[in-house]
Design a binder for this molecule. Structure first.
Ligand SMILES: *Cc1c(COP(=O)(O)O)cnc(C)c1O
Length: 362
């Protein structure tokens, strides 16, 4: 098998060490004679795995004790419903600061099904026609139940490096694609939600980190499996969790701790994204739609100046086993996702390909 470089946005590349360890333990976990996916989620052995994963996440993110950490299913989109069902009273309202595809989806889920969502369009274009985040438009309305942001818009390649000041209004953040890519102060948030498949584990695991005083306000008809207080009182084992993804998340957290924690990863992510954007900035063959100060460090979105070369670009890339470079279907263009697991080497390989392709077609 020749190695492929996987720049897919999610499910995406996981650290090779994590994949190898999971392979080793898949059929026989800890000499128990059964594999990790064959164990009861309530067995002492599995409970230890689950608890260790939570403890590791708390450690590497520095999550305070007054925040609950919930391991769930239903994905990011499940949480788009869970957020209003848990936090928005029937007669209340919430602010949605929209910066791209996923925050707009979250806004729609709330507005079309659960209650009054106030839409704030928070991007604008600069003189070069590049999209930037207009933080001054992130103003909460009085009496709001929460303000919602997506810190890294996976599809658009736009990332928030500042947080709005929402005063007493809890800030709820979707961090599905930037979780653990740079240190954050959990205390700035009422809740953080993320699907694991972008940066942590296989698909099918969603994590909610929520300040405990915000738990217990769910609507009566909120499905039990989305009710944060039910999940919290059952230690995320109200229903059978995705035992495999939870276990793999634990391996990923251990890997992060071993290589120096989230700040070490941040330095790597800065170096990787600079290499890629730095090259494309000085090569007019490629265009960058996002303004420099809010370019995502993990989802590098770009287009070819001559879009008629798109198919050829992807074909050539695939021939060299560089996969997952096609942009999201709603946007087109190209996207290279270079999450925590992607080493600098993978970005150098991509830069080399981009350079050769540009030379051959200019
Ligand atoms: C992928 C993604 C989602 C959607 O996640 P699902 O698990 O497919 O529901 C939501 N938000 C962000 C930021 C994402 O990257």
């Amino acid at each position: 098998m020749t190695k492929a470089w996987n720049y897919g946005a999610g499910p995406s590349m996981l650290p090779p060490e994590v994949m190898a360890q999971a392979q080793k333990e898949f059929c026989d976990f800890n000499n128990l004679g059964i594999g990790i996916v064959e164990m009861s989620h309530r067995s002492a052995e599995y409970m230890a795995v689950a608890q260790e994963a939570e403890a590791l996440l708390r450690e590497i993110m520095n999550i305070p004790e007054d925040y609950a950490v919930l391991f769930e299913q239903g994905g990011g989109r499940g949480q788009f419903a869970a957020v209003p069902l848990n936090l928005l009273p029937e007669d209340g309202h919430a602010d949605y600061f929209v910066t791209g595809h996923w925050s707009r989806c979250a806004y729609k889920e709330c507005a079309e099904r659960y209650g009054k969502a106030i839409l704030h369009e928070c991007t604008a274009k600069n003189e070069q026609g590049q999209i930037y985040i207009d933080y001054s438009s992130m103003q909460v309305t009085p009496g709001s139940s929460y303000a919602y942001v997506c810190l890294n818009e996976t599809v658009n390649g736009i990332e928030m490096f500042e947080l709005p000041d929402t005063g007493e209004v809890p800030l709820i953040a979707d961090m599905s694609s930037d979780i653990l890519t740079s240190p954050i102060d959990v205390r700035r948030f009422g809740a953080i939600i993320f699907g694991a498949q972008k940066n942590v584990a296989p698909a099918g695991l969603t994590v909610t980190i929520v300040r405990r005083d915000l738990v217990g306000k769910a609507r009566k008809y909120c499905p039990s499996v989305l009710d944060w207080s039910v999940l919290s009182s059952y230690d995320s084992m109200y229903n059978t969790p995705n035992t495999f993804a939870w276990y793999m998340a634990g391996l990923a957290f251990k890997w992060i701790k071993r290589i120096g924690g989230v700040s070490a990863l941040e330095q790597r992510n800065i170096a990787k994204s600079r290499l890629l954007y730095g090259y494309m900035e000085q090569e007019p063959f490629y265009q960058l739609p996002i303004a420099p100060e809010c370019r995502s460090r993990v989802n590098c979105v770009f287009t070819l100046k001559d879009e008629s070369l798109n198919a050829e670009f992807l074909k050539q890339a695939a021939a060299e086993r560089l996969i997952g470079l096609k942009g999201h279907k709603v946007l087109g263009g190209m996207r290279a996702s270079i999450y925590n697991a992607m080493p600098l080497e993978g970005v150098e390989v991509l830069k080399d390909f981009l350079t050769r392709f540009a030379k051959a077609h200019s």
